[in-house]
Design a protein around this ligand. Sequence first.
Ligand code: NAD
Length: 493
Amino acid sequence: MTHQDWLRKAQTLHIESRLFIEGRYVDALGGGSFDCINPSTGAVLARVAQGEAQDIDAAVASALAAWNDRRWRRLAPRERMQVMNRWADLVEQHADELALLETLDMGKPISDMLNIDLPEVLRTIRYFAECIDKVEGAVTHTAPGSLHMILHEPLGVVGAITPWNYPMLMAVWKLAPILAAGNCVVLKPAEQAPLTCTRLAALFVEAGGPAGVFNLVNGLGPEAGRALALHPDVIKLSFTGSTRVGKLLMGYAGQSNMKRVALETGGKSPQIFMPDLYDLDAAVDRAVGGIFDNAGQVCNAGSRLLVHRDLQDAFIAKFIARTQVLYQPGDPLDPATTLGPLASQPHQRKVLADIARGQAEGAQMVMGGTQVALPGTYVPPTLFVGHNRMAIAQEEIFGPVATLIPFDTEAEAIALANDSVYGLAAAVWTRDLHQAHRMVGALEAGVVWVNCFGDGDMTQPFGGYKQSGNSRDKHVDSLLSYMQTKSAWFQVG
Ligand code: NAD
């Protein structure tokens, strides 16, 4: 479809703005709502029902009833699998609608929605559907007269709280394994971009998912999110978002029922470019994509570029030239656009303030600074040269801003890379396999890429070391993390 086609389609798009509880759309009990704003125009897209604690109570009660009468977990694995696969098929059938909704809602380029987010959403649901009857328990070796089985059982009602940067995908990284494992779920999406998740819940029921198994409450973090995190009937909370809120959630769990808390939080990922790397052009392209994809609103964004001093000048020249080719700001509904606005005005203000702080603390801005001549919350791609103790190198900016930090030795590069409270991801570019192997071992990160960046598939456990989190999305381990083992010991002789 062309830019004009998408603009026309946007005008007739139906937007559902209610909550979804017990298999149907409902208004918030308190009758409140909040504005959902298109960041590329500033227009109000919808007034979304604003759930509060009483709505969370209703959603959890619905999920608990579904859990207690076993309407989902008692289904044979193959039947659950069929529902999950039909769900994926429906998402695929509604791909244009979902892509458009999310582009309008958070400003992500429509081509990214169609080529990155949606295919990954489908892969995720189908992967975990496939896993359902592959999870096996065990019979352990015991003394004669005993039979010991280890069973994997779902947990109960799981709460999920998700961010706005990949609204549908981050939710599905939680929902697919939670549901595949046989749990019931209450999702609280980010208030900045809630529209696609609302549709996901309805499509699950349309696919044959029993009412009450997947409930959704939109609302503000400190109200609806907090109520979900404090709820005594929620046995596990699965969260993707900032480290600050992740810490709060651990506290809420302790204040309530000691629920398990799975956290996927922030990052400040280093990419290390050694002097012998194989292809500087290819490496620079991945450095550019690693920080400017999704306008830098990526948890594992390669925001710290550790570049060997011998490469520094050539690296910077190529980085600037390639950014100009690859990341031109534009209307996110134009399929040619690769750089959309940031997701909201407050976030744009925060990122611009971070850039100003970088200049104030003496970092050299070698690219950026010019205003984008478009309405909307755009921030131009920005590159600083600085050092690792600067705030711009320590704090997550979550925008299109990278800091290049030169180094001289491998040991120095590793020390700089690890000098962070975060440990989500890292990359090493080198042609020396021994060095790569050594550095993979030394880097404190949950994901390390060698001679690539951001690559992976569903077999890759994704999550962080240190304050980047304590759990893993994707991979069959994620499914198991929404189950618990039961030991069944039989006296048989
Ligand atoms: P955020 O922490 O502000 O919000 C995330 C969610 O938490 C939202 O749904 C929000 O409403 C909710 N929330 C806010 N305050 C709350 C409270 N007091 N109690 C309960 N819930 C509350 O994060 P964000 O700005 O939406 O997302 C950006 C962050 O997400 C970045 O730090 C990014 O690195 C992180 N992220 C991490 C990963 C990962 O896999 N590690 C992936 C994507 C994003």
